[in-house]
Design a protein around this ligand. Structure first.
Ligand SMILES: [Zn+2]
Length: 313
């Protein structure tokens, strides 16, 4: 999109025709003839004016994005407040938001992987070796380090085992416990995944709801990136919870996952409803939000049942 083309911030309708009707004076306020959005003309001519100082998507550099991260996550925790600030006239920068979400997910994954490598090592050590970490690294050296790093990212889905044949070391990669994929990855995420999928179908594939929403795709992509980022973070949190539980087994039973998973679904519910009603200023919004939420809940349920039936057959 050419940045000098004046478009409606909500639906993307070209406002050149509207501007051509101005003869003697320029009004401050306008209304989009396509979607009916009331806006200030300065928002249309210079969207950067409205940039939010605390918001990572609006930061000008990688360091700016990281600097804004705590405040952005804090605002996202309450999605209705987030959408009140990041409304439809705020500039969308899909590339920067995507880069930020990748950084957040990668940082969280790295943190969890370090702990996971340690937990995998203690479990192997407990079952076969009972060494200190220093003894272990002295014996296995590079392969020992490689095992911990590999297991950090892949255990319990895959498992690396250093083995010696005629005094030559090598690292064997074996598949982990076959139930791990269902138990640790699919089960915590299936409902939330179905929920998001159905909202996307409602907003992207059904012409009637697209006509009610009248929203340009950049807004849709922004919501999608944030929603999927929270889905991935749900996984990281349940994983982190399991690791804490395994490290403190018999000392503390901390089933945070039972809270994290339903809380994430409630967050998604409020997030999508607020995007439509508050952020995107869809009018009327009640019918679309009700239908979309019901469809999304049914989508989550249907996918859960489908996956469950697949897991027992
Ligand atoms: Zn419009």
């Amino acid at each position: 999109m050419n940045p000098t083309t004046p478009i409606c911030p909500k639906c993307g309708y070209d406002q050149s025709g509207e501007i051509a009707t101005w003869e003697t004076q320029c009004p401050l306020e306008g209304r989009c003839p396509e979607c009916g959005l009331d806006f200030a003309w300065c928002d249309v001519f210079d969207p950067v004016l409205n940039d939010l100082y605390w918001y990572s998507e609006h930061a000008r550099s990688i360091w700016g994005m990281i600097w804004c991260t705590p405040r952005t996550l804090w605002m996202l925790a309450l999605p209705h407040g987030f959408w009140r600030e990041v409304d439809v006239v705020k500039r969308v920068s899909v590339f920067r938001l995507f880069a930020w979400a990748l950084i957040i997910v990668a940082a969280m994954h790295l943190l969890v992987a370090i702990l996971n490598g340690y937990v995998a090592w203690t479990q192997h050590n407990w079952s076969s070796r009972s060494w200190t970490l220093a003894q272990y690294l002295q014996e296995y050296r590079g392969h020992g380090v490689a095992e911990i790093i590999f297991d950090g990212f892949a255990y319990p889905y895959f498992n690396a085992v250093p083995q010696a044949y005629s005094s030559k070391w090598s690292l064997y990669i074996t598949p982990g416990w076959s139930g791990a994929w269902y138990e640790y990855l699919i089960k915590p995420l299936v409902f939330e995944t179905g929920f998001i999928m159905l909202w996307l179908i409602v907003l992207l594939a059904i012409p009637q709801s697209r006509r009610i929403a009248q929203i340009r795709s950049a807004h849709m992509i922004r919501a999608m990136i944030l929603s999927v980022m929270i889905l991935v973070l749900t996984y990281e949190l349940t994983w982190l919870n399991r690791l804490v539980y395994e490290l403190t087994i018999n000392k503390m039973y901390w089933q945070l996952s039972r809270v994290v998973v339903p809380a994430a679904v409630i967050w998604q519910l409020v997030f999508w409803a607020s995007a439509i009603g508050i952020g995107w200023r869809v009018r009327p919004w009640k019918l679309l939000v009700t239908l979309g939420t019901v469809a999304a809940l049914l989508g989550g349920l249907a996918l859960s049942i489908y996956v469950f039936l697949g897991s027992i057959s």
